[in-house]
Ligand binder design. Structure first.
Ligand code: AMP
Length: 418
């Protein structure tokens, strides 16, 4: 029988490396909860319609979705992103506005696996519903920015664009479509066929013919209506006021259809350019209505956890404490003391571990070293009889001292400095 392995495009994260993922989520929660965002949990799978409505013309929905019929005959999809689920939950529960949420979890896309591009990948994100105030766009962008700093990822470029709204986008779309129709022969094969469906997709097409062609296309930021133009100016002022540098990126449309007005992307400059998008987002004022809810403006972002961690690594940022225990109980008097002392230490809030199977003192000391514990509590037959234990500093060395077993918790606390 061949060895079982994880599926292509997925990976395992084992301790101690997993401490980086833990630190990521904890730091994110700290940053966004300080700005009034509350955790939302939604299902990892949804009725496929939740995602169909948000991106019929995108690769994420057309080609990459993990969808299937379940045993009850429902057409289900593993979520390729979280925003649509949060919008669905908003429509279903109608919380009071403004509604500010954050999430963390896995997404699934059937992509060609490569470094920084996986079939299961994790994202954290925030979504804020209920106002089109440009200051909220600034708040959202700034929180992502602040989070990267808090994580120690400093080489980040912020790219910013405005995609207009239901007022000015249709006219721009026509303008762009006409421009591209006249040059259809110069498009990549895919866009020759799909041009009419969504001409905006051409703007961020990675293929050479399209990239050449878009150098001179009409741009949405030059054709914004007055409201969108004022909104965009206010966003830019806000970022300037907060000292957040950005690059104008008039070709930035992002991979999902629902964005309006502000769109942005964070690029990890320490990463290879093919997969250096570490996060992105924008305003999606039309999404809730498009999904059958009341007209509700909203803005948010999603940051790629796995890829941001690659950026952190490339920048040499050290993330996460090494998981480990404070105390390791070495017991060669039968194991009862190890059982009882680890329980007592743990309930006193001291991290404690032990060996099992009555191993030799030598094997247990080896395990104690490997555990990273600061102290070994040593119980030999003589100590056990006298009601004592030995305590030894494994990191600073020195002699083992003998203390009463009943005083272990206090002694360890004292020595740990708490
Ligand atoms: P999106 O949901 O497409 O806007 O992506 C937001 C962020 O998620 C990107 O900037 C990436 O960091 C990350 N991301 C998207 N797709 C993948 C993937 N297949 N593998 C790893 N990270 C991804």
């Amino acid at each position: 029988m061949s060895e079982l392995r994880h599926p292509p495009g997925t990976f395992d994260v084992l301790p101690p490396d997993s401490a980086r993922w833990e630190a990521f989520a904890a730091t994110f929660a700290r940053v966004v909860e300080a700005a009034g965002y509350g955790l939302i949990l939604t299902p990892t799978f949804e009725d496929v319609a939740v995602f169909k409505r948000v991106g019929e013309s995108t690769d994420v929905v057309r080609k990459e979705m993990y969808d299937f019929e379940d045993k009850g005959g429902r057409h289900i999809a593993l979520r390729p992103e979280v925003t649509a689920s949060v919008a669905r939950a908003f429509i279903q529960h109608r919380p009071a506005l403004p509604w500010k949420t954050w999430y963390a979890g896995s997404n699934f896309r059937y992509e060609r696996p490569q470094a920084g591009r996986y079939r299961e990948f994790r994202q954290v994100g925030i979504e804020a519903f209920g106002t089109d105030d440009a200051d909220l766009d600034v708040e959202v962008i700034a929180l992502g920015w602040e989070f990267y700093r808090a994580l120690g990822v400093n080489r980040v470029e912020l790219q910013l664009n405005s995609l207009g709204d239901a007022n000015c986008r249709p006219a721009y779309r026509e303008l762009l479509l006409n421009y591209l129709r006249e040059r259809r022969d110069d498009l990549c094969d895919d866009h020759k066929e799909r041009l009419e469906e969504n001409p905006l997709r051409v703007l961020d097409c990675k293929k050479e013919p399209c990239r050449d062609l878009v150098k001179a296309v009409p741009l949405q930021i030059d054709h914004l209506c007055d409201e969108c133009s004022t909104h965009f100016a206010r966003v830019r002022q806000g970022l300037d006021a907060l000292g957040i540098d950005y690059t104008l990126a008039p070709l930035l449309v992002r991979g999902l259809d629902y964005y309006t007005r502000t769109t942005f992307e964070y690029t990890g400059l320490a990463l290879e350019s093919a997969q250096n998008g570490i996060g992105g987002g924008g305003r999606y004022d039309g999404l809730v209505a498009a999904m059958g809810g009341p007209q509700t403006p909203a803005v948010g972002f999603a940051l790629g956890v796995d890829r941001t961690l690659l950026a952190a690594e490339a920048e040499g940022a050290v993330l996460g404490r090494q998981p480990g225990v404070d105390v390791f109980v070495v017991d060669f008097a039968g194991g009862e003391a190890a059982r009882d002392l680890t329980a007592a230490l743990r309930s006193a809030g001291i991290k404690a571990d032990r060996a099992y199977d009555n191993r030799s003192a030598k094997a247990q000391f080896k395990a104690a070293d490997r555990s990273g514990a600061r102290f070994a509590i040593v119980v030999g037959p003589d100590e056990a009889v006298a009601g004592n234990v030995g305590i030894k500093d494994l990191q600073q060395g020195g002699d083992q001292s003998t203390i009463p077993a009943a005083g272990v918790v206090d002694e360890v606390r004292r020595r740990l400095g708490g």
